[in-house]
Design a protein around this ligand. Structure first.
Ligand SMILES: Nc1ncnc2c1ncn2[C@@H]1O[C@H](COP(=O)(O)OP(=O)(O)OP(=O)(O)O)[C@@H](O)[C@H]1O
Length: 602
């Protein structure tokens, strides 16, 4: 439990009866003799947990002498100043946004009186019997939370702590929070701050939405890791729109057009960018905002024109950088940036493009979010260089690579030459009779291979859609639309379709050739079993893929799937994945603050 701070005390320490006041006086005298030089650790300045039924700050201050109040004020100022000067996230004057100071801020140098007042205030707070643990996830009493951009709803505060604990445990939610905030998960849409979002088609927020929203809405950097198909898009889209709302509130009088681009979401593929855009555009339009999707393979003119008046941009890195280079994209006011499929975006192939995009946004006053289903060690160090004291939230044990457990995985060790016939058998078996229109997604590794498999299936009478890099964007978009609508329930794709695509009711994924990385395997099979559904995945494994056998065995075991003997024969050693710049091992940043890690796994 973190120490209570001056902010918390000012925000509302509880009523103190005479007896405790007397005791407090006595303790104060004893402490005074000890002359301790310690100063309580400061909390982030926008974190002001108030205790239910507590006093107002003014009432609380009455309990201190005039000099003590004065010293207290001075101490608070000094603490705030020290915290602000340490924090790398500063407030853009224009928006007046929150500046989350970090718990790593050093204790300021205080005078003797200030220290005394601070101690007294801390003691007054401590002497109350109704002070809960300050960590919302594990405390035993109700805590009302209020920060500049987020106030926990009173209904959520009223939820019994046992219910919150049960929710955290049921969904294996792990929050690593360097700020020691006490946010409860937003387990019901009605607990969100007032908004005009239409959530009517959903019952409740998914765990990644529930757990990240308080942190993202309140303006903190955040890494969200949750299984494929778990609703990460809404997890970052809802706070994105709220972010602009709060900018508008703070800039009342300004119209939306003069805001410029404030929100950027970057995605690794064009199709995923378009899919995210569909979600974001709906919310943006409802809020009277303009969103634009910027991606390659299509003419630039329309995108360029929309960029001039957009507040929200969803983009693939290449095209966005083109626009930055030609001066059509001004990212100098961006204050909310999301890397979706963050580990892919930080991978070698995209790293430079991402550096350039992030480098075009303001260094300070920017909220940076990263979302993914896979979070390999190899990218964590690099990620931290783009973020300020991020809160890390994972659903399930995601420090180790995990596949969605609702997907039934079957691995068949096979001879290279037998792949086509086995593929045909499976398609026949799963697309027959009443299941004739069930969607099957077939993954290949290479574009040429995808074309060949597509032709092969077509030659056997199947209507097949294809999506890979050798096709024009128009062909790709059409193929995906046909697959989504069910017009063409069989699609052959390369890894361009592996990540993020949310295609309704894909019954089965077949990996004809194993992907380049084990993370891609998890993403590929994650095209099925989405939003709580079940799914099936078949993977052909050959001698050529043996470097992946150990990692694949681990994935299968962790998801309680059968591990074939024939796969074990290839060995169980897992090769560490390396990042060119950071090597195979993630090294903790020297001097980083110890974060609070709350794990609810059994
Ligand atoms: N609260 C909710 N309740 C039920 N379904 C939801 C909820 N939020 C989102 N969904 C649906 O869940 C599906 C998957 O969501 P989404 O595509 O955001 O998953 P994801 O976590 O980003 O997956 P991936 O890791 O594959 O990118 C979508 O169809 C979306 O509409």
């Amino acid at each position: 439990m973190s120490k209570r701070t001056i902010d918390e005390v000012e925000a509302g320490a509880p009523v103190v009866d005479k007896a405790s006041k007397k005791k407090s006086k006595k303790e104060k005298k004893e402490k005074k003799e000890k002359k301790s030089k310690d100063v309580p650790v400061t909390q982030p300045e926008d974190t002001t947990p108030a205790v239910e039924g507590s006093e107002t700050p003014a009432e609380e201050k009455k309990k201190l002498s005039k000099e003590e109040r004065k010293a207290l004020k001075k101490a608070a100022k000094a603490a705030a100043k020290a915290a602000t000067s340490e924090s790398t996230t500063t407030t853009p004057e224009e928006t007046g946004e929150t500046t989350p100071a970090t718990s790593e801020s050093p204790a300021p140098t205080l005078s003797k009186e200030e220290r005394r007042a601070l101690k007294k205030a801390a003691k007054v707070a401590k002497s109350s019997s109704s002070i809960p643990a300050t960590n919302g996830a594990s405390s035993t009493a109700k805590v009302a939370i209020s920060t500049e951009n987020y106030t926990q709803s009173s209904e959520l505060t009223d939820v019994p702590q046992a219910t919150i604990d049960a929710y955290m445990k049921e969904h294996s939610i792990t929050i690593t929070d360097p700020h020691n905030l006490n946010f409860r998960p937003i387990t019901n849409f009605s607990y969100l701050p007032p908004n005009s979002f239409d959530f009517s088609k959903f019952e409740a927020p998914t765990p990644i939405q529930a757990a990240t929203w308080p942190f993202t809405i309140s303006g903190h950097d955040c890494i969200g890791v949750a299984e494929t198909g778990s609703g990460k898009t809404l997890a970052f889209s809802v706070p994105a729109i709220r972010h602009i709302y709060s900018l508008l509130e703070k800039n009342s009088g300004k119209n939306t057009k003069s805001l410029g681009v404030r929100v950027v979401v970057v995605s690794p593929t064009r199709e995923l960018a378009m899919q995210i855009f569909e979600v974001v555009e709906k919310f943006s339009t409802e809020a009277g905002l303009t969103a634009v999707c910027v991606y390659g393979g299509v003419p630039k003119d329309d995108q360029r024109r929309l960029l001039k008046r957009a507040q929200v941009v969803v983009a693939t890195p290449g095209r966005l950088n083109d626009f930055i280079d030609e001066g059509s994209a001004d990212l100098s006011k961006v204050s909310y940036i999301v890397l979706d499929e963050a580990d892919r975006m930080l991978d070698k192939g995209f790293e430079d493009a991402i550096r350039k995009i992030i480098g075009s946004t303001p260094k300070t006053g920017r909220q940076t979010l990263m979302f993914t289903a896979t979070w390999p060690q190899s990218v964590r160090e690099l990620a931290s260089t783009f973020m300020t004291s991020p809160v890390k939230i994972s659903i399930g044990d995601r420090d180790e690579l995990r596949a969605n457990t609702r997907i039934k995985q079957t691995v068949e060790v096979i001879d290279q030459r037998g792949k086509e016939q086995r593929l045909l058998q499976l398609v026949k078996q799963y697309q027959s009779g009443s299941s004739a229109n069930d969607r099957i997604l077939v993954f290949c590794l290479y574009k040429k291979e995808a074309s060949r498999i597509e032709s092969f299936l077509r030659s056997r009478g199947y209507s097949v859609a294809g999506i890979h890099g050798d096709l024009s964007q128009v062909q790709r978009t059409q193929a995906l639309a046909n697959f989504k609508s069910g017009k063409c329930p069989l699609m052959v794709a390369t890894d361009v379709a592996a990540r993020g695509l949310d295609i309704p009711a894909v019954k089965m994924v077949i990996n004809v050739t194993f992907p380049l990385t084990i993370e891609d395997y998890v993403h590929r099979i994650g095209r099925t079993g989405r939003a709580g559904a079940t799914g099936i995945a078949y993977t052909f494994f050959t001698e050529h893929d043996k470097a992946h056998s150990g990692a694949l065995v681990n994935i299968l075991k962790a998801a309680n799937q059968e591990v074939p003997e024939s796969l074990l024969k290839f060995g169980t050693t897992v090769k560490k994945k390396e990042h060119g710049a950071y090597g195979a091992f993630y090294k903790k940043t020297e001097g980083a603050p110890a974060a609070t890690k709350i794990t609810f796994d059994d």
